[in-house]
Design a protein around this ligand. Structure first.
Ligand code: GRG
Length: 314
């Protein structure tokens, strides 16, 4: 019988498997071998890019790509390449987010941030290198033999990570902290917080599910269902992250906590309170499950993933 405990164990096993596969794939993609058009792979750049992307991280975004794509029986190696590309974007965002000009963090994934382990210029370039590599990977014929599918992936990844997605969300976040008006923190309303977080964190998680749909040639109903699931999981992820910032343990979380309160940052936790935020979190998990109805039992693992995101400790 598929009890919740079984579903959770199966989810953890499959997440670990994707994490191992992504680790080996990134190790190969960031190896010393020169590709057509490359003149050299400078050792310091490669070392910093490897530091920023290997040996850590839950690899939850690639997991979503792999499992969304599996609904359409997409060959696993293609989904893993798209997942590795997404992980490169995610790792670049973490490296840049930790820089002194942004969040100025010393600890990430339980070890020194990239700019601390190297230096600021190398951190910036390692992030730039990972961002560019992501688009290199999705544009490769190994990711999908059909150029139209690759082009759709490039477009969706750019939209998720760029102006109207993660980068845009990051500048809204810095603005809300008062960075551009002498430190005067902006009191955000609920819809402003939802927009900011939906862009900064949600857009990449949503892309992960869209990528599975694109690779699998999903019809409009299937794609909409996966995007609705991705958006709900994205919001659940962020609420859980904000709750961890209040209730979590720094050693388990692997980074400093209590930062939102220190910065007077508007989050759904500060706006709704812990109980209200937990209620909303449960509602997002329910919505994520409901969105998967068109896929029936095939989507059980994605349902377990929504639970994991919402109730994780790190
Ligand atoms: C600098 C362009 C730019 C964007 C930064 C994503 C982001 C935008 C900043 C990260 C800061 C942060 C803590 C965001 C909240 C949610 C989040 C993305 C947490 C980290 O993701 P996990 O938990 O990390 O998936 P791992 O280490 O498991 O990969």
């Amino acid at each position: 019988m598929n009890t919740p405990a079984n579903a959770a164990a199966q989810f953890q096993q499959q997440l670990d498997q994707v994490a191992n596969e992504i680790e080996s794939l990134l190790d190969r993609l960031l190896g010393p071998e020169l590709l057509a058009g490359e003149r050299a792979r400078p050792a310091r750049l490669m070392e910093a890019m490897r530091y920023a992307s290997l040996g850590g991280g839950k690899r939850f975004r690639p997991f979503l790509v792999v499992e969304s794509a599996a609904l359409f029986k997409v060959p696993r190696e293609r989904a893993l390449l798209a997942g590795a590309a997404l992980e490169c974007i995610h790792c670049y965002s973490l490296v840049h987010d930790d820089l002194p000009a942004m969040d100025n963090d010393d600890l990430r994934r339980g070890r020194p941030t990239t700019h601390k382990a190297f230096d600021e210029a190398t951190g910036i370039l390692a992030g730039d290198g990972l961002l560019t590599l992501a688009f290199d990977i999705v544009a490769r014929p190994e990711t999908h033999p059909d150029p139209a599918i690759r082009s759709n992936l490039v477009l969706a990844l750019a939209r998720g990570s760029g102006i109207g997605g993660m980068v845009g969300g990051q500048i809204l976040d810095l603005g809300a902290e008062g960075r551009f008006n002498g430190g005067k923190v902006q009191a955000l309303g609920q819809s402003e917080i939802e927009t900011l977080q939906g862009m900064k964190t949600g857009a990449l998680l949503r892309f992960a599910c869209t990528a599975g749909a694109i690779l699998g040639g999903a019809n409009a109903t299937q794609r909409t269902a996966l995007e609705r699931y991705g958006a709900a999981v994205g919001e659940a992820f962020q609420i859980a992250d904000d709750l961890l910032d209040v209730e979590g343990d720094a050693a388990t979380v692997g980074k400093a906590i209590g930062k939102d309160a220190a910065l007077n940052k508007g989050t759904l936790v500060t706006l709704l309170g812990i109980t209200g935020a937990k209620e909303r979190l449960a509602a997002r998990v329910a919505e994520a499950e409901e969105a998967l109805a068109p896929f029936g039992k095939d989507a059980d693992i994605l349902k377990a993933a929504a639970h994991f995101v919402a109730y994780r400790q790190a």
